[in-house]
Ligand binder design. Structure first.
Ligand SMILES: [Zn+2]
Length: 329
């Protein structure tokens, strides 16, 4: 059934978007409007059992808040990072939250007594952008989140493909530069080792001697912990625009690598819209203008997708978790 059609006037979905440092939480109406938001620390260092307890407590609190406000909580949607088996409702693996084979959907459904869906943070973000945000009105959308890493969601007619093992959309690990920088996954030359926000910052630090030389072999996914105040990817974009050669070089390499990755995505999926989210999208025209040109250069017979910035900001995770929960009801 269509979630909006079946909705009662007071229906809301309890939605949680759990990240490594914080949980974004909301009460969302079936039409995608948010009526209440909260944030809570994840405090992942306490271990996965404590994090699960916090998730259940926060969700229960939100359902209680809804009832106290005269609303009717009808479902619960939870988004988590890592590898998520959505069909089984299991958080299979997440480095930054510490989950390993946690049956979070069933635990939450048992605690709250609500129909519950568990989703992957980037896939539900893509779901929300495709249905309510920058991809609205187009049936075939590739949502690409570029931040510490790079991950994607392929959404067709409002449904995000999960893959056979809950790991679809790992576009950050497309091999774009054989023999290139070491990726956090252990291989050399993955897209996210060249073009994630943290890779851009790390490569700039290396190029200017400001960072630890030889660190490319280390934790490419984290990229933090440098001494001093290293330039962020946004700083690199600013310095590239100002004509600083080292920044311009690193930025151009990232854009070219992204264009290679997105061209592969377009070959596979033939989408109408590519929606770019995550921290790097905030670079605006400094990213989108050269990236659009580089992507179009790579299109031969392919139809050129629209290349646009995400519209929902960091609300996308909660909105998508709510949509997923309504779809699963
Ligand atoms: Zn990789």
């Amino acid at each position: 059934m269509s979630p909006a059609d079946a909705a009662g006037p007071a229906d809301v979905v309890v939605a949680l978007d759990v990240g490594g440092t914080g949980m974004k939480c909301a009460l969302v109406r079936p039409d995608g409007t948010t009526v209440h938001t909260e944030r809570h620390p994840t405090d992942a260092g306490r271990g996965p059992d404590a994090v699960v307890e916090t998730i259940l407590d926060v969700a229960e609190g939100l359902a209680g808040k809804a009832r106290a406000d005269g609303l009717d909580p009808v479902a619960l949607g939870i988004a988590v990072p890592g590898v998520v088996n959505e069909a089984a409702g299991v958080a299979v693996w997440s480095a930054n939250v510490g989950f390993r084979d946690v049956p979070l959907r069933d635990l939450a459904a048992a605690r709250l007594g609500l129909p519950t869906a568990l989703g992957h943070d980037v896939r539900v973000g893509g779901l929300a952008e495709a249905r309510l945000g920058a991809g609205r009105g187009t049936g075939h959308v590739l949502f690409v989140a570029i931040g510490t890493g790079i991950a994607a969601a392929h959404v067709v007619d409002g449904v995000a493909a999960t893959g056979a093992h809950g790991a679809a959309g790992e576009i950050g690990h497309i091999l774009v530069r054989p023999g290139g920088p070491r990726c956090g996954c252990g291989r050399d030359g993955c897209l996210e080792a060249v073009a994630s926000a943290s890779a851009i910052a790390r490569r700039y630090a290396e190029a200017t001697g400001a960072g630890p030389t030889g660190a490319a072999g280390g934790g490419g996914l984290t990229g933090g912990g440098l001494a001093g105040t290293p330039a962020s990817a946004a700083d690199v974009a600013d310095r590239a625009a100002a004509g600083e050669p080292a920044a311009a070089g690193v930025w151009a390499e990232a854009v070219e690598a992204l264009a290679d990755g997105l061209a592969t995505g377009q070959s596979l999926y033939d989408v109408e819209s590519i929606v770019i989210g995550g921290g790097l999208a905030r670079a605006g025209p400094r990213l989108f203008d050269p990236l659009r040109a580089a992507l179009h250069e790579r299109m031969t017979f392919h139809r050129r997708p629209r290349l646009v910035a995400a519209a929902l900001g960091d609300e996308a995770g909660c909105l998508g978790a709510a949509l997923l929960a309504l779809d699963a009801r």
